[in-house]
Design a protein around this ligand. Structure first.
Ligand SMILES: [Zn+2]
Length: 73
């Protein structure tokens, strides 16, 4: 008797293990980066020119605080 019908599970698994490369590219990192930059004074999105603040006014407020602290000492 000759064993002719002997299906090898190894080859079948390898053929079915192939997954289609259809993964979506996560664009959350870029969104988080923009969200993370917020004005520490008012909490609004910071401006590139006044980073990390949103405007000149907020940056001046922070500067005044620092100056007051320095003069006090
Ligand atoms: Zn602000």
């Amino acid at each position: 008797m000759i064993k002719s019908k002997t299906p090898s599970p190894g080859t079948k698994l390898s053929s079915t293990a192939k997954k289609p490369s259809m993964e979506k590219r996560p664009s959350i990192t870029s969104q988080l980066a923009s969200i993370a930059k917020v004005c520490p004074m008012c909490g609004q999105s910071s401006h590139a020119g006044y980073a990390p603040f949103c405007s000149l006014r907020c940056s001046e407020v922070d500067l005044n605080r620092w100056n007051k602290g320095v003069y006090r000492l």
